[in-house]
Design a protein around this ligand. Sequence first.
Ligand code: SAM
Length: 364
Amino acid sequence: MRPLKMLKTEENSTILSEKQPQIMDDPKQYEKDLLQTIESKEQHILYSLERVKAYILKEYRLKKEKALKDMQQFEKINDKEAARALAIHIGLPFTDYAKHLQEKLCNVMHTKQFYLNVNTELGKVVKLDEKELSIAKDNFDMVCNYQKRRENGIPSEDLYTPELMKYLIQRTFKKSANDAYAAISSINLEGLVDFQKEYIRICCIGGGPGSDLTGILCYLMELGHFKFECFIYDYNHTNWENVAAKPLLEILKAQSKKSFGKEIEISIKWVFCDIKSDWDDKTPIPSADIFCSCWALNESIYYPKFWEDLIDANKNALFFLIDGDRYPIENFRYFKSLSHRKFLYEGLETPRRLTIFPVSTIDL
Ligand SMILES: C[S@@+](CC[C@H](N)C(=O)[O-])C[C@H]1O[C@@H](n2cnc3c(N)ncnc32)[C@H](O)[C@@H]1O
């Protein structure tokens, strides 16, 4: 229908002024108009979603076509280093684009605020004075210097003083929660995780204060799950528990209610483990539905058997490994325990990620 043209003639204004009072006199009209607006907005949103979807897919296809075309250059390369350089040259902009796009899509969901709020609230409780800050910073610099630690054989386990723990909560909790959320939220968990179970069991290895756990919980709550049994396996389990456990549990409960309108039912146990040695009677191999290890692999001597045994004993579990150091995570692809499993290694970004899917999803 063509819009009414408002002509400023005496005649027209008389007509309008005669009709208007009739419309406004009907109090029901406001309700009808509002209802019509609400209905039409839904149509607008659906239309916009379709338009954005078509736009994103078209853009993605163009980027993919370009990447595939550029990849033809691999035919001319035999040298390992040159192949790696080309993979980085083509892969980095591509994965950056995909990562940012995915982040933008997830930003629409206000529930993501959950782990950001948990981080803020925990940061308020865990405070450091000047002296503690100075000790923490020195230890933090050493923990982050992979090369220096490797060259001097300094394991990071013993650098975890209560000062460093508080500092890590202030500095890296949010990043790790975000890394874990980004990894898990890009995967459709239907058929990968048994959601019929009353409690979903999550186990974080080298899980520290529960940062990666918080990111995982956020996504699972977005999917409508609120009951969890959680385990944080860590070399410094006692100190982490002392620093983080009490405030974290209270904050998780309060923030789940705030972001999701429902309080999380959760237990978290901190347990000793040492990723550079075998599982034993003191720390038997745990079983869980989801395992995550975030920024812990680089901190210790790489001991594949620890992971092989864990993966082997949890055939139907989903694993997420996230780290900044490429070597330990890259080596997982040679594991015997992975020979029947599907896995996805995303190696061109920092963090690098490895996702190991359950055996039950694969046709053997
Ligand atoms: C950088 S923090 C990461 C904590 C948490 N996953 C995160 O991303 O925020 C590394 C964690 O690995 C733990 N860790 C270091 N060496 C370990 C070892 N040999 N066995 C088990 N945990 C270890 C540390 O105690 C620390 O909690």
